[in-house]
Design a binder for this molecule. Sequence first.
Ligand code: FMN
Length: 206
Amino acid sequence: MINELKNLKINEIIKLPQPKTKGELSVEEAIFTRRSVRSFEDKPLTLEQISQLLWSAQGITYARGGYRAAPSAGATYPLDVYLVSADGFFHYLPEEHNLEKISSENRLIALSEAALDQEWVRNVVVNLVITAIFERTTTRYGRRGIGYVYIEVGHTAENVHLQAISLGLVSLPVGAFDDDEVAKVLALPSRVKPIYIIPIGYSRKE
Ligand SMILES: Cc1cc2nc3c(=O)[nH]c(=O)nc-3n(C[C@H](O)[C@H](O)[C@H](O)COP(=O)(O)O)c2cc1C
């Protein structure tokens, strides 16, 4: 449970703490250390950690052009990030580095069922779900834009995996899920397509 998120009302927006641009770990150490982990401690994340993870995915890193933490074909920015936790689910708003509460319902079990019943999707404190509105990119690039969107999801997800390591956390890439079921769980509008789920938490020491 993350108190700041639990206490939000539906459609209420929380300003996230300012993300850091200096950390303790080198990029090389983060790349070397990263592993897919499927067993997480039941230990809450702080709002600072959540802020940093969302920033690493799609945060604004150059305000003048609205450029973001992950590169984007023609700066068309097709991706959105949702956070799913026991406190409900939330939409990340990069422009102001805010988080909007969409629902107070705990959808972790529903999300894991949509992910072919993968237990680590429910036995984790948070999942980031990366979604795409393909038209933002295909309007400019036509069919080639479809591939660009998938490339961008890879950039974004790797940022998150490395950021997690740098925060002392672990993560897992989850691509095995039923797209329509995940869209239903998060009540996504029809043009918003889920592409990637990333459970993130503290590694459970066996
Ligand atoms: C696109 C993609 C989808 C994946 N989907 C899943 C998944 O649904 N469930 C899972 O347990 N692992 C999934 N993985 C994790 C891989 O099994 C893992 O990356 C691989 O075994 C290599 O281990 P490493 O990540 O520790 O290097 C996925 C990885 C990628 C890149």
